[in-house]
Design a protein around this ligand. Structure first.
Ligand code: LMR
Length: 394
């Protein structure tokens, strides 16, 4: 049987991680996978998370199964974090999932169950795994213009024009904040125009929010998601705790399905629980438990927010430094967008051959589309990167 299996294409981001690990050069710089690193290059366990773990060690009395939707306290805490009071709690069906990827996967499956003919509109570019999962599920995707290579910003006119093809029953996938891979984001006026367009067309928005707190702050980063959830009849939201709680390997995410029609709640909740049961039964609990402990305790929550804010402002400072270093070396403002972008990533817009040369000649690793992870830098390596970019002729 196994002889009938075909080789699968390698995930570019994960393949890059391996090439980096195998590189013996001690000057190498990893700007690849989206994992936060402090200036010492370490992905730390956040203080509040570690403390929650200590408390849970004492308090945990059983390892028996949770419910199919996971621990209700986790859903409540995350819904409040992401949605604030944008929609009443009883309009949100939710299940815990293994990471944000699990939430994305379950959302696509739910959409496919509801409308097998659905087309999912995705930004060009988007996180490669969105496309890979959609392909795996045999779902049709339509790309909409998003990134303006020349300015490093959003091609909003192109986006609106392309979304003009959306039909009733289609899904429009949006990044709630900190667009991956570009770092370029819609402002709220633009988001509202997209909401109006989706409502006019009868399309359902799906929001992937994996970096809340990494852009302009916890509340500001949730503003677009809240506006969509309050402004559209139905919204799907895939939220990840991997980055903002730094619990990557615990696989902690939440899928939310918001409906203005309260009558939809029970059937949607039942379908989400059904999907969990089909795919893995009960979602992982440990990371979810840590998140609800942190969010449910004033002291831990305050400490978590302080640390998250340090992470965010640290990345902003690196953006500013890189933009000004590139300005100085190139004598132009063409990389000024790096300081305007938000979140962990920026797409530099440099050719794939130059990305290869940066890796081969300078031991600097970035994704082939020239996406860099800002958190892979520190004050000392920013000038090294800037010089290398200019050196290869970008
Ligand atoms: C990334 O985009 O690098 C992260 O979301 C990690 C991943 O799973 O690809």
């Amino acid at each position: 049987m196994f002889e009938h299996l075909k080789e699968q294409p390698k995930d570019k981001i994960l393949a890059l991680m391996q090439t980096y690990r195998d590189d013996p050069r001690d000057t190498k710089i990893d700007l690849g996978v989206g994992v936060y690193k402090n200036p010492q290059g370490v992905t730390p366990i956040m203080r509040a998370v570690k403390e929650a773990e200590r408390r849970w060690w004492d308090d945990e009395t059983t390892k028996a199964y949770t419910g199919l939707a996971g621990d209700p306290a986790f859903a409540d805490a995350m819904i409040a974090l992401v949605l604030g009071d944008a929609v009443p709690r009883d309009q949100v069906a939710a299940v815990a999932t293994p990471g944000g990827t699990g939430a994305v996967r379950q959302a696509f499956e739910l959409v496919k169950m509801a409308n097998p003919q659905v087309r999912v509109f995705v930004s060009d570019p988007t996180w490669p795994n969105h496309l890979s999962i959609l392909k795996h599920l045999g779902m049709e995707t339509v790309a909409y213009r998003y990134f303006d290579e020349s300015s490093g910003g959003v091609d909003f006119e192109g986006m609106i024009e392309d979304l003009g093809q959306v039909r009733a029953g289609d899904v429009v996938l949006l990044h709630g904040c900190c667009h991956n891979p570009t770092g370029a984001n819609l402002n709220m006026v633009q988001f509202r125009a997209v909401i109006d367009l989706m409502n006019d067309k009868g399309a359902t928005p799906m929001i992937d929010i994996a970096y809340q707190g990494f852009g302009d702050g916890l509340e500001a980063d949730a503003a677009a998601t809240r506006a969509v959830a309050a402004g559209c009849p139905e919204t799907l939201i895939a939220a990840s705790c991997s980055k903002n709680f730094g619990i990557y390997r615990e696989r902690t995410g939440l899928l939310m399905a918001v409906a203005q029609d309260k009558g939809m709640h029970a059937v949607t909740q039942g379908n989400l629980a059904y999907l969990n049961r089909q795919n893995y039964s009960f979602p992982p609990d440990h990371g979810a438990r840590l998140v609800s402990i942190v969010l449910g305790n004033d002291d831990l929550r305050a400490d978590w927010q302080t640390e998250l804010e340090e992470v965010r402002t640290g990345m902003l400072a690196l953006r500013e430094q890189l933009a000004s270093e590139l300005q100085r070396l190139s004598g132009s403002d063409r990389f000024g967008f790096v300081a305007q972008h938000r979140g962990m990533f920026s797409r530099l817009g440099i050719a794939p051959e130059l990305v290869d040369r940066l890796r081969d000649e300078h031991a600097i690793y970035m994704v082939g589309d020239s996406r860099i992870n800002i958190a892979g830098l520190n004050k000392e390596t920013v000038p090294v990167l800037a010089r290398a970019i200019i050196d290869v002729g970008a």
